[in-house]
Design a protein around this ligand. Structure first.
Ligand code: E4P
Length: 222
């Protein structure tokens, strides 16, 4: 499973990239607004420089012509830009055009299996089903992931990767991995949570204390 970070905060991106565990980045207009960065284009260029995997940059318009122009403009920033378009008829038309030209496209705001089929048929590189937002309204976000993975597996000519989005906790990540989703995009806080287990901390404290009793140091030994 590939791990993307879902943020436009360059400091978080730099720190997480340094772990060697980061495969890509997703941003959206809300995250860009939160970052306070004054130039979206410069921000995406900076992120693409730090992370060599796919970096999703979302169009801002909703009509076909302007979205297509924006998508082409964003794709010029770096070869690892994945243009993010909404799952609307116009967004899928843009997806079709850009993917024909060899540009990576992430179709976002997917909330049903039917929508995911359309994204695959439009040639999307990634489809982003939002699990957390479905959970928030009392539906089961993870069951949508299961449905999409099953459907895509039935059609080997569907090359679209399932990018699980709107992740709220580590269980969303592990369950999606069990289902065979290709990518999980997570807020930095969830990525950090993945490292934690109380028994790891407890076990390490014990090992450190017992090692001190030996009076030895590893690096002083030939
Ligand atoms: C995905 O690409 C979106 O940016 C993101 O996962 C949305 O998550 P949210 O529901 O926490 O805003």
């Amino acid at each position: 499973m590939k791990f993307f970070v879902d943020t436009a905060d360059i400091n978080d991106i730099r720190e997480l990239a340094s772990t060697g565990l980061l495969d890509g980045v997703t941003t959206n207009p809300s995250l860009v607004a939160k970052s306070g960065h004054s130039s979206f284009i410069d921000l995406i260029a900076e992120i693409c420089d730090v992370v060599k995997g796919p970096v999703s940059a979302e169009v801002a318009s909703t009509d076909f012509e302007t979205m297509l122009k924006e998508g082409k403009h964003l794709a010029k920033i770096a070869p690892n830009v994945a243009v993010k378009v909404p799952l609307t008829p116009a967004g899928l038309k843009v997806c079709h055009h850009l993917s024909q030209e060899g540009t990576m496209v992430n179709v976002t705001l997917c909330f049903s299996a039917a929508q995911a089929i359309l994204a695959a048929k439009a040639g999307a590189t990634f489809v982003s089903p939002f699990v957390g937002r479905l959970d928030d309204m009392g539906q089961d976000g993870l069951s949508l992931i299961e449905e999409i993975v099953t459907i895509y597996d039935n059609y080997p000519d569907f090359t679209t990767e399932v990018l699980v989005a709107s992740i709220r906790n580590p269980i969303h990540v592990t369950q999606s991995a069990k289902m065979g989703a290709h990518v999980a995009t997570m807020p930095p806080s969830v990525i950090r949570q993945l490292f934690n287990h109380v028994l790891t901390d407890k076990g390490l404290a014990q090992f450190v204390a017992d090692w001190a009793k030996t009076g030895q140091t590893i690096l002083d030994q030939p």
